[in-house]
Design a protein around this ligand. Structure first.
Ligand code: CA
Length: 552
């Protein structure tokens, strides 16, 4: 358990606070004495892939073109200390959907199949009378490394493995080519988008909102965009935004390190030639971000046009950030700010004060608890996140002491040596590597680039001991025994199906077989269920075609 303490909300503007005081939040949430309870709010939850906070305009990046995301920050609450509890694709999504840390939901690396036996976000929404939509990247289904585009990995069949999302479905497991890109509805027949992927997905979300808002049921849309995740070739960026960034020189962050880290896996370690290419990567990254920003604007405008802004919680966030050479890392799956800190903006007109900010330590499992609470829906008992709805509404209240982070191992392969655990409170990040027990302590307020490891100075021994004990206690409560990556593969996983986590849980393979038979037929189902030989870990990407960057 995280320690909770009361705290007064600081960031709401005076006007916003007055508005909240007059509106009476409990009444708006349906607790009024009127005979007919108020309709529950809709939810539009949109998340980018790999967008770091420090590359957003509202967070101070003058190179960014994010006018709509910046506008959203002015129209709602900005969680300035939002953290990805495991800053990599599939673990983040599993954490979002289960409200549990990776040690509990078992999604310890990428390309695993999440057990459907958790009580998930989608289950609560559907049971609570919501019409649901899931659009975009899912990444909790494929159970082999590679072969991303084969239907057996890319198509998530209707049924339990959609984790409660029984409504509109236009998704795929993993893909990061944004032109002519594949998606599936309710059969293994592949369709392809006719325009840049997030633009087409946003069209669908807008159509869905228009249609569903006419009905009696509230709706919940989850839209998981691919950009600004690589590949970062110009053929993967809309030309109008490419033109905006081509040739621009980006200042490298103060913690940029030419020499690759020795603590990263093959995906995290910059390959030879990285330093020469990072400018082009950043240009494409910012251009892809500009496109998703345009789509954030379209969604906000549509909610306004339809008169839904007061009835709809609109969240924009990302699964994790991007290192771009900071501390000698590329990509993600590390506790440093560039990978761990994500934008988390929430608009709910008339309920959440405009332009408000909070420094509460929002960790990924908190998202489910917080949003369900705002929607007046029950939070499952097994959910490990804290409910920060009072913080979002500007009412102050209890807050967790820190966000906790788990690096359970390699990005996508069963390879040991890169495991870590960390915690981040409002001032410090404390981390420990499993390989050699190396500890790191940064004062993020005095040293935002995390250049000075305070744990190396004996004078800080007491402080380090404090954080070490806090982290240890939290891990003990989670039954997180900090094993090597391969241990999880041998103990919790069967054929890349997650069979259990630190607190139990099962994955019924017979049930899985039934789902596969219904979708693919008996012969194909048998083939899919056949144990596969684990392919060797991929070689580090080398200088060359950006296509080599696709498999993570
Ligand atoms: Ca990701």
């Amino acid at each position: 358990m995280r320690e909770l303490s009361r705290r007064t909300f600081l960031g709401a503007s005076a006007a916003g606070a007055a508005m909240l005081a007059s509106s009476g939040t409990s009444e708006l949430l349906g607790a009024s004495s009127d005979a007919k309870p108020a309709k529950r709010p809709n939810l539009v939850y949109v998340f980018a892939d790999q967008l770091r906070t420090c590359s957003c305009g509202y967070a101070g990046d003058e190179m960014a073109h994010t006018p709509n995301i910046d506008k959203l920050a002015k129209r709602g609450v900005n969680f300035e200390n939002a953290i990805s509890s495991t800053p990599v694709c599939a673990p983040y999504r599993a954490c979002l959907m289960t409200g549990k840390y990776q040690s509990s939901n078992g999604m310890v690396i990428n390309e695993l199949r999440l057990s459907p036996d958790h009580e998930c976000f989608g289950h609560v929404l559907t049971k609570g009378g919501y019409d649901t939509a899931y659009i975009g990247k899912w990444h909790m289904w494929a159970n082999e490394w590679g072969n991303h585009n084969l239907p057996r990995n890319a198509f998530i069949p209707p049924g339990p493995y959609r984790l409660g999302f029984d409504g509109e479905w236009q998704a795929y497991n993993f893909s990061h080519w944004y032109y002519n890109s594949p998606y599936y509805n309710d059969t293994p027949h592949v369709e392809h988008y006719k325009q840049y992927e997030p633009n087409a997905q946003t069209d669908l979300a807008i159509d869905y909102i228009r249609k569903t808002s006419k009905g009696d049921k509230p709706f919940a849309v989850f839209m998981s965009w691919g950009p600004p995740h690589p590949p970062w070739g110009w053929d993967n960026v809309p030309p109008e935004f490419a033109e905006m960034f081509k040739g621009k020189q980006f200042p490298l962050r103060e913690n940029y390190q030419n020499e690759p880290t020795t603590y990263g896996d093959m995906w995290q370690t910059p390959p030879p030639g990285y330093n020469e290419r990072v400018q082009q990567f950043m240009q494409a990254y910012y251009a892809q971000t500009a496109d998703i920003d345009w789509n954030v604007g379209r969604l906000m405008d549509e909610l306004d046009k339809l008169g839904l802004a007061e009835d709809t919680i609109f969240v924009f966030t990302s699964d994790h950030g991007e290192m771009f050479g900071s501390h000698g890392y590329r990509e993600k799956l590390i506790f440093y700010e560039e990978a761990a800190r994500i934008p988390f903006l929430m608009q709910w007109k008339g309920h959440i004060a405009e332009g408000s900010k909070t420094d509460a330590c929002l960790d990924t499992p908190d998202i489910m608890a917080t949003l369900l609470s705002l929607m007046n829906l029950p939070v499952p008992k097994a959910c490990e996140g804290e409910d920060l709805s009072n913080v979002a509404l500007g009412k102050g209240g209890a807050e967790p002491d820190a966000a906790y982070l788990q690096g359970m191992g390699n990005t996508a392969a069963w390879v040991d040596g890169t495991e870590w655990r960390a915690m981040r409170d409002k001032q410090h990040t404390f981390a420990i590597y499993r390989r050699d027990g190396k500890e790191l302590l940064f004062d993020n307020l005095a040293d935002p680039y995390q250049k000075k490891n305070l744990a190396e100075d004996k004078a800080n021994d007491a402080k380090v001991a404090h954080y070490r004990e806090r982290l240890k206690k939290w891990m003990k409560d989670q039954n997180d025994t900090f094993e090597a990556c391969t241990w999880y593969g041998e103990h919790w996983i069967k054929d890349r199906n997650i069979m259990r986590g630190a607190k139990g849980g099962t994955h019924d393979l017979e049930k899985l077989r039934e789902v596969l038979v219904a979708s693919f037929g008996k012969e194909r189902a048998d083939d899919i269920m056949k144990p596969r030989t684990e392919p060797p870990p991929p070689k580090p990407a080398t200088q060359g075609s950006p296509k080599q960057d696709v498999n993570f």
